[in-house]
Design a protein around this ligand. Sequence first.
Ligand code: 6GU
Length: 285
Amino acid sequence: IDPRNFDDILAVVASIKEQVGEETACAELGIICGSGLGPIGDAVEEATILPYGKIPGFPATHVVGHKGNMIFGKLGGKKVVCLQGRFHPYEHNMDLALCTLPVRVMHQLGIKIMIVSNAAGGINTVLRHGDLMLIKDHIFLPALAGFSPLVGCNDPRFGARFVSVHDAYDKQLRQLAIEVGRKSNMTLYEGVYVMSGGPQYESPAEVSLFKTVGADALGMSTCHEVTVARQCGIKVLGFSLITNIANLDCDASVEVSHEEVLDIAEQAGQRASLFVSDIIKELNI
Ligand code: 6GU
């Protein structure tokens, strides 16, 4: 499977439909559960689970704390397809087209809206660990340096050659999230997410750089998926679960540990998942 080849994507979709059935495979909402939104995958009703290992072209996931399942079923009365486990560019030689294959597959399965989540380090000082930040815009650092999933020859069936991302995180969906948050007394910040390539965490000087250019939270995922979703016209709602505070001062810095990130993601993930379920109930698709 070549993730840059449109016909290969259709072949992947045909295989999925053959394995789970045409009716089960069709979905109107796609969810990418990053660290923290795993529980939402477990909450899918009438679930049909397809492990990534059975999907042609899907690479294996190796990161501890990330599963690898495509889950079909219902949430809040909507037909959903849920990706429990995502592909990080640092795991796959910065092959961003490969890492976004699931987004193109979900588009062919019919999704109109995609909800994405990630674990992120807080840069803005109002953020505390365990907080949820609604993403209003992003800085896709790898893409600015040439690592974009849209690089290469573009089959027009994927969408436009030059994609506008002025409205990447849909304003109406963000307003809905804020309203639902208000009703359920959920403190919700809105901010800018910056994606770095990783896998090393950033130095204090690098975090200062991101703060200076307007980033509020920092992670290693999401932007590539959102960019591909926008190319094919999917509306996006994105969240960052703040698992730790990014280091800004090199004389008062602490080690960032993946265990801490996973621990907080697990603690706060249940609440975040309930909140996202409440949003899904209110969606008009
Ligand atoms: Cl501090 N940096 C990055 N790049 N990703 C993270 C993080 C920090 N904390 C959680 N994920």
